[in-house]
Design a protein around this ligand. Structure first.
Ligand code: S3P
Length: 426
């Protein structure tokens, strides 16, 4: 499917985001191993989070999905039933990597598969710690999906992750639920801590400190009623759109503002974006607030070191901001971008060049000079949700129409994106 987006005058209005993708996965997985019925409202409408639900169903978990509300009958820590078919994670790295942690502790063998993109993404990062805990895992060519997990009794581990990845940290903590003892994970840079927060909500014994988290296994998890906050990584597209289109004023209500994600707001403000947090509260251990963004005079900025890990999902759309800012954008220390749903350094660079934007790539990032314009072009999402949506944001400030091919990819995290975009433009 193609989407054609025209340049727009000031963007106005209030927009709603889907439920946070990261939190939706975690709530569904933890609810499935709790003892009783959990009710999750504002569950992400994205295909990725529905891949998690599909896998849980295949594992015998009963659930009722009513729009954005999901009722899950937890089966306890060891209650999954041996699946009669492969578990299909679709496009979702979070599903395959985090669910593997729970499967490693089950007394049966399961096989996880994914789509073409997921089948090229590295799995050694979870295979190594899970093997260290005693699970037997094999993968295609030793590293790619499909992966086969022969679960069983697991032992405690103290694991220092070589890469900063919340999916890996979560996988180990979830496997740790099955261990008689304490499982420790250490991270080289702070990553999102939704698993730690959610484990606490479900009544697990978890301790956290700067750069580490430790879970005590074998606890019974309590079922919960939970509401997923709006997705800040989806809001990023509207925050950048509101900032780059002069005269805009947008409100995004009910967005998750967990400090391990909100580096985005700090970065945008430092880059010159005018953003106000209108209201803030706590829900299920997660901060939630309303954001207002207005058209801004942008300086641009630099993303490097630990900040790259915090902003990893937002870098595609931040490249759009960089191009129209005064000083541009420099990204370093973000080699992880190359192993996301696509190689996001190459797919973004290819689209930016088609739109007439100069960009210089490096193995771990890129540099985009400031003061540039987007010209009319046909670009491609390459099947990557965040690439398609980032190009749509560029189109709002382009000199002519931008056609985005394979635009349906947005539905991986944000099926309502194209309709939402049309409500604010003029
Ligand atoms: C996620 C962690 C990040 C992020 C992904 C969601 C999560 O991946 O890019 O979109 O929910 O834990 P990595 O763990 O590979 O960095």
């Amino acid at each position: 499917m193609n989407q054609t987006i025209c340049p727009s005058g000031p963007l106005k209005g209030a927009v709603e985001m889907p439920g946070d993708k990261s939190i939706s996965h975690r709530y569904a997985m933890l609810a499935s191993v709790a003892e009783g019925e959990s009710v999750i409202s504002n569950y992400s409408s994205g295909a990725d989070c529905h891949s998690t639900l599909g896998c849980l169903r295949t594992l015998g978990v009963e659930m009722k999905i009513d729009g954005r509300e999901v009722r899950i009958q937890g089966r306890g820590l060891n209650g999954y039933v041996q699946p009669g078919q492969d578990l299909d994670a679709g496009n979702s790295g979070s599903t395959i990597r985090m669910l593997s942690g729970l499967l490693a502790g089950q007394r049966f063998t399961s096989r996880l598969i994914g789509d073409e993109s997921l089948s090229k993404r590295p799995m050694q990062r979870i295979m190594t710690p899970l093997a260290g805990m005693g699970a037997r895992i094999t993968a295609r060519d030793g590293k790619f999906p499909p992966i086969e997990i022969q679960g069983g009794e697991l032992k405690a581990i103290d694991y220092s992750m070589p890469v900063a990845s919340a999916q890996v940290k979560s996988c180990v903590l979830l496997a740790g639920l099955h261990v008689d003892g304490e499982t420790m994970v250490r991270e080289p840079a702070a990553t999102r801590d939704h698993t730690e927060v959610a484990l606490r909500e479900f009544g697990a014994e978890i301790e956290t400190g700067r750069g580490w988290a430790k879970v005590r296994g074998k606890a019974k998890l309590q079922p919960r009623e939970l509401r997923v906050p709006g997705d800040l990584s989806s809001a990023a597209f509207f925050l950048v759109a509101g900032a780059i289109v002069p005269g805009s004023e947008l409100v995004i209500a009910g967005v998750g503002l967990n400090p391990t994600r909100a580096a985005l707001i700090d970065f945008l403000v430092a880059a010159g974006a005018q953003i106000r947090v209108l209201d803030i509260g706590m829900r299920n251990g997660e901060p939630v607030g309303d954001l207002q963004v207005t058209g801004s005079d942008l300086k641009g900025g630099e993303i490097a070191g630990a900040l790259s890990a915090s902003l990893i999902d937002e870098i595609p759309v931040l490249s759009i901001l960089g191009a129209v800012s005064r000083d541009g954008l420099m990204v370093r220390g973000a080699a992880e971008l190359r192993i996301k749903e696509t190689d996001r350094i190459e797919t973004m660079a290819s689209n930016l060049r088609l739109m007439g934007v100069e960009i210089e790539t490096a193995p771990d990032g890129f540099r985009i000079p400031g003061g540039q314009r987007f010209r009319a072009a046909t670009v491609d999402s390459f099947g990557d949700h965040r690439i398609g949506m980032a190009c749509a944001v560029a189109a709002l400030r382009a000199e002519g129409e931008i056609v985005i091919e394979n635009a349906e990819a947005a539905s991986v995290s944000f099926p309502e994106f194209w309709d939402t975009l049309r409500t604010i433009g003029r």
